[in-house]
Write a protein that binds this ligand. Structure first.
Ligand SMILES: O=P(O)(O)OC[C@H]1O[C@H](OP(=O)(O)OP(=O)(O)O)[C@H](O)[C@@H]1O
Ligand code: HPA
Length: 147
């Protein structure tokens, strides 16, 4: 089954699941650690939990971006703790320069530089998620002068 980490992974989940040729169940977990900043607080908040018991299930976590790795590390541990038979990861984007925790990623999309990116589900302070492509946010925006 696919487990998308909302909100950011919503577009990635749609694109990935529609490209798959096998039947896959879908569920969602809404996690947050960024709030209105551009770096992780390191504290994961569960805004909304899965509706499925993952015990005994083969899970593919679908993430939009791995930055510090804190969100993914927490998610992998949590799904294993709940008894998933296997837990693997698909990540559309990775930002290696910012990594604090290493988590194995089976299916990788693209590496991005150490810049804050938005669009295709990714936000800055809940903005820009509905851009149809991924863009680098000008630092002036998150450094304050345009907010
Ligand atoms: O590797 P990390 O440093 O943990 O960052 C990655 C996570 O941060 C973002 O989520 P966020 O907490 O902003 O919530 P959102 O998906 O609702 O935007 C993104 O969607 C990832 O889930
Ligand atoms: O670069 C990013 N953009 C949006 N959300 C994020 N969450 C972690 N890194 C990012």
């Amino acid at each position: 089954m696919l487990v998308a980490v909302l909100k950011g992974a919503v577009n990635t989940l749609v694109a990935l699941s529609q490209a798959m040729t096998i039947d896959a169940q879908i569920d969602f977990m809404s996690l947050s650690s960024y709030g209105s900043g551009s770096s992780s607080s390191g504290r994961i908040t569960v805004r909304q939990d899965l509706s499925t018991d993952v015990k005994g299930r083969n899970v593919l976590i679908v993430e939009d971006i791995i930055d510090s790795g804190y969100t993914l590390d927490w998610t992998v541990r949590e799904l294993k703790r709940r008894g998933a038979a296997s837990v693997e990861v698909f990540a559309l984007l990775e930002k290696p320069a910012r990594r604090k925790v290493e988590v194995p990623v089976k299916y990788k999309g693209f590496e991005v530089p150490d810049e804050f990116v938005v669009g295709f589900g990714l936000d800055y302070d809940e903005r820009f998620r509905n851009l149809d492509s991924i863009a680098v946010l000008k630092p002036e925006v998150y450094e304050g002068s345009l907010v």
